[in-house]
Design a protein around this ligand. Structure first.
Ligand SMILES: Nc1ncnc2c1ncn2[C@@H]1O[C@H](COP(=O)(O)OP(=O)(O)O)[C@@H](O)[C@H]1O
Ligand SMILES: [Mg+2]
Length: 397
């Protein structure tokens, strides 16, 4: 592999880079960006260099767009642009993910500095990848999502979380990513000292031990990252910060459950990028089911459906004229769990005691237990059906 891919730079700068890398570089003209596959393909052909330099022949706006694409697809590659020094430009460039800006007459020392910083970043990134892959083998990151609000995401995520915490199979944390109307704390009768925005700043964002002191503790042993208490401070949390929080939690906990806001916010997308499981929910009416189908299509297009998908239909009502067969046809897949509408749920929401915290026997509790069993190891409970073969399973995947 080459150390550097330099595109559209003038000869003098190319020569400086050649000197700094002992000739270990690939240099191309700006026309090569138009060839099939564009910059990402050129990076691959060059053997994934640590540094990509976009020279002055690449228009600034184009360079910034390309940088964003590289940042997403190849985060360990550092993009450097060449431009006259200008503070405003620096800020814009850094926001777009540019790692360094060089002036056209950059000195050898400046270029060496750029190469060293890029090498360091690539190493750090490698360490992070190693850490990510060294998660516990049975680690699960379960995202509970739905296109619409009020369909039972918080109900399902709090019940799953409490159920997993009580199962004794490893540690469990529940994260409330509904930045606007998060109500996990209230559904668990918790009064948190800290909320999500507190966990993404300062020492909590870098030190897992400090982070743990910012989590709320539920009587079942469950840990909770409570939702933000004001929509404004929730909005100030970036997707990158959420990503870092989830990566740290994934390291520390066997089960990470993520409750989300309706739809596909950036926060939900970064959670899905890390998810092992998606619990995708809808209400049992026609708009709800159509929305479910659409969201599933979008997620498939984005390649963001994790390995395990669990489709849950909630608040079904036999009197609404929609049969389960109709729903499955509209969704295009078998449903995994169907939960009927039942007053036991509102009662549990209002008292802050999830149904699975007690041994309730109503129809929704039975359905929730069946969902929970999908996340437990194949133990006797599961195979001998301690929870019983439930009437709510309407299709197997
Ligand atoms: N199966 C159900 N039967 C009756 N009420 C339900 C059911 N599932 C959820 N609810 C109620 O609907 C409301 C919205 O549920 P919630 O879990 O907060 O949805 P979301 O998180 O998707 O907005 C809550 O008051 C909850 O008690
Ligand atoms: Mg909710």
């Amino acid at each position: 592999m080459s150390q550097v891919l330099i595109i559209g730079a003038d000869t003098a700068l190319e020569q400086q880079f050649a000197r700094a890398t002992d000739g270990d570089l690939v240099h191309l003209t700006v026309e090569h960006l138009e060839v099939h596959g564009g910059l990402l393909a050129r990076i691959e052909e060059a053997g994934f260099p640590n540094v990509v330099v976009l020279g002055q022949d690449v228009a600034l706006e184009r360079a910034l767009q390309l940088t964003q694409a590289v940042d997403l697809a190849r985060p360990s590659t550092s993009v450097v642009i060449v431009a006259e020094a200008d503070a405003d430009l620096w800020v814009t460039a850094m926001r777009a993910g540019v790692r360094d800006v060089l002036t056209p007459d950059a000195s050898l020392a400046e270029i060496t500095g750029v190469l060293e910083r890029a090498e360091e970043r690539a190493q750090t990134r490698l360490q992070a990848t190693i850490q990510e892959t060294s998660r516990q083998p049975d680690h699960r990151l379960i995202v509970v999502a739905s296109p619409k609000g009020g369909v039972g995401k918080t109900t399902v995520s709090t019940n799953l979380a409490v159920g997993l915490a009580q199962s004794g199979v490893g540690s469990t944390v529940l994260v409330d990513l509904d930045m606007q109307f998060g109500d996990v704390a209230s559904a668990l009768a918790l009064v948190p000292d800290y909320t999500l925005p507190d966990t993404v700043h300062g020492a909590a964002s870098t030190d897992p031990l400090v982070l743990k002191t910012f989590l709320s503790r539920h009587p079942t042993g469950l840990y909770v990252v409570a939702g933000s208490d004001s929509p404004a401070s929730g909005d100030a949390v970036s997707a990158e910060q959420v990503a870092r929080l989830l990566d740290t939690l994934a390291h520390e906990f066997r089960h990470v459950i993520v409750d989300t806001a309706p739809g596909l916010s950036d926060h939900t997308l970064v959670a899905l990028e890390r998810a092992t499981d998606l619990v995708l929910m809808s209400s049992g009416d026609v708009p709800g089911v159509r929305g479910l189908r659409k969201e599933l299509d979008v997620l498939r297009e984005l390649a963001l459906v994790p390995e395990e998908l669990h489709l849950v239909l909630n608040m079904t009502d036999p009197s609404n004229g929609l049969s389960l067969a109709d729903v499955e046809k509209a969704v295009g897949e078998p449903l995994d769990i169907v939960l009927p509408r039942n007053s036991s749920v509102s009662l549990s929401t209002n008292t802050g005691v999830p149904l699975l915290q007690d041994s309730n026997r109503d129809a929704v509790s039975r359905g929730l237990r069946e969902l929970l069993a999908r996340f437990l190891p194949d133990t006797e409970e599961r195979s001998t059906g301690l929870f019983g073969r439930l009437p709510f399973r309407v299709g197997a995947r």
